[in-house]
Design a protein. Sequence first.
Length: 173
Amino acid sequence: MLEKYSSKSPSRKNPMTLSFAFSSFPHMLATFFGAGVLRPASGTWGSLAALLVYMALDSFIPWWGWAVLISACFYAGARACEITGTDIGVHDHSSMVIDEVFAVWMVLLFVPDSWQWQFAAFAAFRLFDIIKIPPARWFDTDKRWHNGWGVMLDDAAAALQAIAVLVLLRCIV
């Protein structure tokens, strides 16, 4: 479950540099313009970058615009992760955080526009992304899907789990 975060992780043996992250557009997209190179906890940094971008742009983008952006991010992110993973030699390198970005944006669409709910969305997604309960674990690229689609799909599953919990919480509160 937490192999990706261990000291034996292939990402630790082959760390990504900022110059690599900015060496091509697919690498920039996969690392969300370098956010994934931040250490420790690159997935958390990528999720935080996604939250900050969402908070900055939400008043200018309608919900359907976010839906289009999230869909485009999913497809472009899968391709960017496929290219970047091949180029760096680790199919799900921890510095590739575009999967967290699209998934956080997805969760944020389902919560009210308040910093408390937005923080709850961030925290719920990070929890489900880290623990990878089924079906997220099934899509995890270290187990089954050794390509960009697997990188994106396990985070989509984690986002759906976070959305379910937050919708239930919202009904209770």
